[in-house]
Design a protein around this ligand. Structure first.
Ligand code: GDP
Ligand code: GDP
Length: 442
């Protein structure tokens, strides 16, 4: 099941980023681990009562006149509505109800999304007199918290988790490959989507399980049905003032979360930018299949080496997804668009592939004979047994004598051998190491 998305909205200074950081706690540092990914704190993974979810700080409001700030707050609310399952609307319990709170509330009310009204900065446990004003917003019972002092967060998270879509609403049955086209503005995403759909669109009215994401577009390619995830706002050109980059990353997150394969689209005339790295990094961390698509190749002056050199540059910049295939296309000239689809199909198959335990173990035995496992103070790493225990992305479990002895470089070596042996192009693969006697669940 895809992780539910929770978005925080509210005007500047109500405590959004404080709240965000407290809820994510130290888990954030795990997300920050991917080398080569630059990250500011827009999103993180959290967990409550054992249920993982994604928390987004919509932030992104820059100082301006009241009118400008208001326009930005509206945009922020709309982005939360497009992308989140549950919206946390933060207001300031010290300051009391303001007119821009009313504005936001009226936008949020017009959606089917669950909105929780969170009154922050209630530090003492006693509700201020003006607390009751917040009922006027018509968003139900306000929940009092103090983000700074971590008061009331547990009760709030209970409400959040209770409002997640149930597993039954999730379209587990749907085995169509879902493709998200992600990348910064103007790389050619909507041109690509329109071209693919223009040729292959499938008009369907009532496929079970498609109700929730009714904006997604099914299409037929070589006799099989696929779904293009319509990243909210890609085709509708944003009128945003405010932090455009943040908003485009937020839109990408919700598309990535629902996808099997992400086409990370890069503009050939610009090369890999920081924002590209950020977006690709999220797809990687979420364990999605990835194809790197370099668009506008028609604008590049080429000789016989151009493509190879360009490929090397990309691999250097996006080293954390060196497993992803790269394809050079021109949407404008309809060049290699079928190749993109071939790769997307292959990557989605790789991501779901299962390696039989016998074959895996003989490859691991060979690998440990070719290169001795590391040792420390006379004790050498032993791998007793390996098994693939999950797919999408592939997850491998290794029984070892001591986890401490499994150095990063050796696990990288094993990963490379597994990739050479079994071909997992386009998908990350994950490892867990267990010492004897540890239980099997992950
Ligand atoms: P944002 O602009 O909405 O992201 O707000 P920040 O998280 O940056 O917080 C704005 C200010 O409110 C900072 O000075 C925070 O320290 C303060 N703040 C945040 N949460 C609380 C709280 O629960 N109680 C109090 N008293 N101050 C808070
Ligand atoms: P999006 O913001 O990523 O959805 O990008 P668009 O699809 O709106 O494209 C942005 C601009 O790039 C438009 O002017 C397109 O016509 C242009 N464009 C898209 N694909 C190509 C291409 O393959 N070659 C060239 N030269 N221009 C392209």
């Amino acid at each position: 099941m895809n992780k539910p998305i929770v978005a925080i909205v509210g005007r500047p200074n109500v405590g959004k980023s404080t709240f965000f950081n407290k809820v994510l706690g130290k888990r954030l540092s795990i997300v920050e681990d991917t080398p080569g990914v630059t990250r500011d704190r827009i999103y993180g993974e959290a967990e409550w009562r054992g249920i993982p979810f994604i928390l987004i700080d919509t932030g992104g409001i820059e100082p301006g006149t009241d009118d400008i700030i208001l326009a930005q707050i509206r945009e922020q609310a709309e982005i939360a509505i497009e992308t989140a399952h549950v919206i946390l609307f933060l207001v300031d319990g010290k300051e009391g109800l303001t007119s821009s709170d009313r504005e936001v509330a009226s936008i949020l009310m017009r959606t089917g999304k669950k909105v929780v009204l969170v009154v922050n900065k209630v530090d003492t446990g006693t509700l201020p007199d003006h607390f009751y004003d917040f009922y006027e917003l018509g968003l139900g019972e306000p929940v009092a918290v103090s983000a700074a002092n971590m008061l009331g967060l547990g009760d709030l998270l209970d409400i959040v988790v209770d409002n997640f879509p149930s597993a039954a609403e999730d379209d587990e049955e749907d085995d169509r490959v879902k493709i998200a086209v992600i990348g910064k503005p103007n790389v050619g995403k909507s041109s690509f989507i329109n071209t693919i759909l223009g040729e292959n669109r499938l008009i369907v009215s009532d496929i079970p399980g498609t109700t929730r994401d009714s904006v997604d577009s099914p299409f037929l390619w070589r006799g099989e049905e696929y779904v293009l995830i319509d990243t909210a706002g890609i085709r509708r050109k944003s009128k945003v003032t405010g932090d455009i980059e943040r908003y485009s990353v937020i839109r990408a997150i919700s598309a990535i979360e629902r996808s099997d394969v992400c086409l990370v689209m890069i503009d050939a005339t610009e090369g890999v930018t920081e924002q590209d790295k950020k977006i690709a990094g999220i797809a990687h961390e979420e364990g999605k299949g990835i194809v790197i698509v370099v668009n506008k190749w028609d604008l590049i002056e080429k000789d016989t080496h151009t493509m190879d050199e360009y490929r090397k540059d990309i691999q250097k910049e996006l080293v954390f997804i060196s497993y992803a295939p790269i394809v050079f296309i021109s949407v404008l000239q309809q060049q290699r668009l079928d190749r993109v689809m071939e790769l997307a199909k292959a990557v989605s198959e790789n991501r779901a592939k299962r390696i039989p335990t016998g074959q895996l173990n003989s490859l691991i035995i060979d690998a440990t004979m070719m290169r001795q496992p590391p040792s420390d103070k006379g004790k050498r790493l032993k791998i007793y047994y390996a098994a693939q225990i999950g797919v999408k992305p592939p997850l491998f479990s290794f029984q070892v004598n001591s986890r401490e002895l499994m150095h990063f470089s050796y696990s990288r070596y094993l990963e490379n051998r597994i990739r050479e042996g079994f071909g997992f192009e386009g998908t990350s693969i994950k490892f867990v190491f267990r010492e004897k006697g540890e239980k099997e669940d992950v």
